[in-house]
Design a protein around this ligand. Structure first.
Ligand code: NAD
Ligand code: TYD
Length: 350
């Protein structure tokens, strides 16, 4: 029986990974370790919380001693590390929190794993989940490959880049059996409405302005979150130790074009006259250091491990919009309290 530690399992991507592992591997014990920051929500896991192979551990990865304690108590065989501060705009207003969780927190987990696994490294695995943002920004053409040089521009991507370097350093220096992946922008159910897609769905629903940064010409490569979770499953089980795999949707959209698609689908779903939601588009001051374009080449993952995205974007965005409209209580709960303060600071007078 394998014991797998998943960090950040109450967050957006983590909750989809926990669900997939709990349901697909009844013979594994899945431990979800999460601090439950503003982005962590146990409601995301309501459907699996009573399964016998699911366990929740409330803890902060910045607490190094606690990580040693938990590794000693539970003797994990594998780690899938997703816990992080994940929003670029918040990293611009509070970089230190990103250094603490993303860098120090990751090194704490590496130290605990290294210590606990020192006599049995071969049978273990430390999987670090990262982002394509570490590669920096592309011009109009080209792709990020696994060997593209790191060139982060935001405090978020700099902190993720640093954590990736530490993970590789622990492999090269101490023989820790690591594997990494760098994924493009995710979308889908349970994403906190600070990121573009759920924020705009929520604003359209409330007839609030849609704050488009700059001219809306930045390009992102969007992947449905369940396809990311499937890739994590494949890489965790069959990826080669010491290797990195890029994960992406081959699905590039200029922000403004994506926003117009969302407006059209929302008009349709809400029974509004076509064109109503587009009138909410408001161009605001650009994000500082805003990367122009991200695009992932996921050829290595497809060739070596046979993974391909399962959903076309048109289907994924409809499913996503339907989920948010059917789960308005979820949206209302996460957008009360602190969210209102965040929204005020981030968007009023921008
Ligand atoms: P998220 O912000 O939705 O969730 C992060 C989770 O980590 C939350 O549950 C939070 O409570 C937890 N957490 C934060 N600080 C913690 C701490 N100190 N100790 C323990 N738990 C803590 O993030 P997400 O979008 O689900 O991203 C998950 C991972 O995937 C991150 O590592 C991120 O860098 C990476 N990633 C995200 C995307 C994306 O588009 N969202 C794309 C590629 C990679
Ligand atoms: P986001 O969802 O924050 O993801 P990331 O910055 O990690 O790619 O943003 C996606 C794109 O949308 C990015 O180019 C910034 C832009 N954006 C806006 O134009 N307005 C917004 O209010 C937000 C949150 C993002």
């Amino acid at each position: 029986m394998k014991k797998i530690l998943i960090t950040g399992g109450a967050g957006f991507i983590g909750s989809h990974v926990v669900r997939l592992f709990v349901n697909n591997y009844p013979d594994y014990q899945i431990f979800n370790l999460d601090k439950l920051t503003y982005a962590g929500n146990l409601f995301n896991l309501k459907d699996v919380e009573n399964k016998p192979n699911y366990h929740f551990l409330k803890a902060d990865i910045v607490d190094g001693e606690k990580m040693f304690e938990l590794f000693a108590a539970h003797q994990f065989d594998g780690v899938i590390h997703l816990a992080a501060e994940s929003h670029v705009d918040r990293s611009i207003s509070n970089p230190m929190e990103f250094v603490m969780t993303n860098v120090i927190g990751t090194v704490n987990l590496l130290n605990a794993a290294r210590h606990q696994w020192k006599d049995a490294m071969e049978s273990k695995r430390f999987y670090h989940v990262s982002t394509d943002e570490v590669y920096g920004s592309l011009g109009e053409t080209g792709y990020f490959y696994e060997n593209t040089a790191y060139d982060p521009h935001s405090p978020y991507s700099a902190s993720k880049a640093s954590s990736d370097h530490f993970v590789r350093a622990y492999h090269d220096t101490f023989g820790l059996p690591v594997v990494l992946s760098n994924c493009s922008n995710n979308y889908g159910p349970n994403q906190f409405p600070e990121k573009l897609i759920p924020l705009f769905i929520n604003n359209i629903r409330h007839n609030k302005p849609l704050p488009v940064y700059g001219k809306g010409e930045n390009v992102r490569d969007w992947l449905y979150v369940v396809d990311h979770a499937r890739a994590i499953d494949v890489i965790f089980h069959r990826g080669k130790t010491g290797q990195t795999y890029n994960i992406g949707g081959h699905n590039e959209w200029k922000n403004i074009d994506l926003i117009k698609v969302m407006c059209r689908v929302m008009d349709e779903k809400l029974g509004r006259t076509l064109g109503t939601s587009e009138q909410l588009i408001t161009y605001v001051k650009d994000r500082a250091g805003h990367d122009l374009r991200y695009a992932i080449d996921s050829g290595k993952l497809q060739r070596e491990l046979g993974w391909v995205p399962s959903l076309q974007f048109e289907e994924g965005i409809r499913l996503t919009i339907e989920w948010y409209l059917q789960n308005q209580q979820w949206l209302d709960e996460v957008t009360s309290g602190n969210y209102l303060k965040y929204y005020e600071q981030q968007y009023v007078n921008r």
